[in-house]
Design a protein around this ligand. Structure first.
Ligand code: PLP
Length: 497
């Protein structure tokens, strides 16, 4: 790592990325390569001798970029974005440059202390109750992702109960979420050794806007207790993956607290918005842990899941190992945080740097504007959909996600033969409508002009339009809607086959 070469090559990479961002709108948003494309283009064995960075970057340009789906394109509206910023990319550079593995305080004090500081800053920005902050005897940690955050908190909750009841009770522990909870909860429950029979995905309905009803939770808990089982953990969601629905936290926490359960709030997507006072109300409630992915909507690239817990000791009791080769005086003094005891792996990246750079270089007011701007653009898209009576917005919009589809009445009346008819009555209509909307989305995405994604709620196929790219502006949203309309027009006018 000769400083001169590092400077020269580093500038080349920065230039490369700057050009990439300058030209990002020229690429098809959804990659159009075929499976296995790369093995046809790159050698099947590693080079014996060194190769110049120029040649490597040339291959990135020619062979890697075409295989990218351009998540940072302003025309990317799929899934939930994972947006980034200059500050955060530079923060990643510092992180890779220092490359410390701050698993405990002594292994890199700044990595630990900056993380604790930034997590308290962010906790205050979110107005989390004081018991979640270090200053209130709780604390925050940066995990890689929400799945890890749930595995860690679920493991802590599990062990807290099993220490009291004995390990044999593990087969009786029950965990609760809704049918809208992210699948990471199911994975976490499997990893934590919860019997798959004791995993409850409680039904939500349109009448509760796909939020979990406290009555439904209470009934399920009572049934389980009557069957001799032990309610353990409730995973609530603020901003579900399908439709950004919101579980009513305060009443759900009340029910769960009555039964001594651990409540986690998964605000992976929508948590970022809660730095704005107008969205803060969604996270009122007495939970045990709260997480959001700064790598979704907080201008910070993967990976950066911010988790706060009221009882860090519960995490430490479950996840600490303390082998001889890690023993040190700072740990023994009990005056420091050793973050390896708050997460799954031992080694950890200095992720706090990028978050610190983001918060400092934007400031709270600009971060709020970033969120509000995306919500405003989503509202604009929603209005455009509503102006075209052939389309409908399917779910109420809370944040920057619009779920829409071509109306059943338009599709059901069609005589075109491009949708295969396979029956009669309402079910047939629904299938036909779903198939039409799926085809519409395929055509929109195949254009390469924009990328949207889909979901299915209560058997209804909807197209998800999630505003989240750092570079997105009004013109991109208007263009995306035009693309959707054009493809709808051509589908609707296809002759019968
Ligand atoms: N929870 C919610 C509500 C999500 O939307 C997502 C991903 O989109 C996840 C969890 C999974 O997050 P991760 O990939 O960080 O584990």
């Amino acid at each position: 790592l000769a400083p001169g070469e590092f400077r020269r090559q580093g500038r080349m990479v920065v230039d490369f990325l700057a050009n990439y961002y300058e030209n990002i709108e020229k690429y098809p948003v959804l990659s159009q390569v075929e499976p296995g494309y790369l093995s046809k283009r790159l050698p099947s064995s590693a080079p014996q001798d060194e190769e110049p960075m120029e040649a490597i970057l040339d291959d990135v340009r020619q062979h890697i970029v075409p295989g990218l789906t351009h998540w940072q394109s302003p025309n990317f509206f799929a899934y939930f974005q994972t947006n980034t910023s200059t500050a955060a990319i530079l923060g990643e550079m510092l992180c890779a440059g220092f490359n410390v593995a701050g698993f405990n305080w002594v292994s890199s004090p700044a990595a630990t202390e900056l993380e604790s500081l930034v997590m308290d800053w962010l906790g205050k920005m979110l107005e989390l109750p004081t018991p979640f902050l270090f200053s209130g005897n709780g604390g925050g940690v940066i995990e890689g992702n929400t799945t890890e955050a749930i595995i860690c908190t679920l493991t802590a909750a599990r062990d807290r109960v099993l220490r009291r009841l004995g390990h044999n009770s593990i087969a009786k522990l029950v965990v609760y979420g809704s049918d809208q909870t992210h699948c990471s909860f199911q994975k976490a429950a499997r990893v934590a050794g919860i019997d798959p029979q004791n995993f409850r995905a409680l039904k939500t309905t349109r009448s509760t806007l796909f939020g979990l009803s406290p009555d439904t939770l209470r009934k399920a808990i009572r049934l389980d207790i009557d069957a001799g089982l032990i309610p353990l953990y409730l995973c609530t969601t603020v901003g579900t993956t399908s439709s950004a629905a919101v579980d009513p936290l305060a009443p759900l926490c009340e029910v769960a607290n009555e039964f001594g359960m651990w409540v986690h709030v998964d605000a992976a997507y929508a948590g970022a918005s809660c730095i704005c006072p107008e969205y803060r109300k969604f996270i009122n409630g007495f939970a045990d842990s709260f997480s959001f992915n700064a790598h979704k909507w907080f201008l910070t690239p993967l990976d950066c899941c911010c988790l706060w817990v009221k009882d860090p000791n519960a995490l430490v009791k479950s996840l600490s190992t303390a082998p001889e080769y890690l023993k040190n005086e700072a740990t023994e003094s009990k005056q420091v945080v050793d973050y390896a005891d708050w997460q799954l792996s031992l080694s950890r990246r200095f992720r706090a740097l990028k978050l610190w750079l983001v918060i400092r270089s934007y400031g709270v007011q600009n971060l709020r504007s970033h969120i509000r701007n995306h919500c405003r653009l989503a509202k604009l898209f929603e209005e455009l959909v509503e102006e075209d009576c052939r389309f409908e917005v399917v779910f109420p919009r809370y944040f920057a996600l619009v779920c829409f589809r071509m109306c059943p009445s338009v599709v059901a009346g069609m005589s075109n033969g491009h949708i295969v008819e396979n029956g009669h009555g309402e079910a047939w209509k629904l299938n036909k409508v779903n198939r039409f909307n799926a085809q519409l989305l395929r055509n929109i995405n195949a254009s390469g002009q924009v990328f949207m994604s889909h979901t299915m709620v209560e058997g209804v196929y909807v197209i998800r339009f999630a505003v989240g790219a750092t570079l997105v502006s009004e013109r991109h949203v208007i263009m995306a809607w035009k693309v959707a309309q054009e493809h709808a027009n051509s589908l609707l006018s296809m002759p019968a086959s």
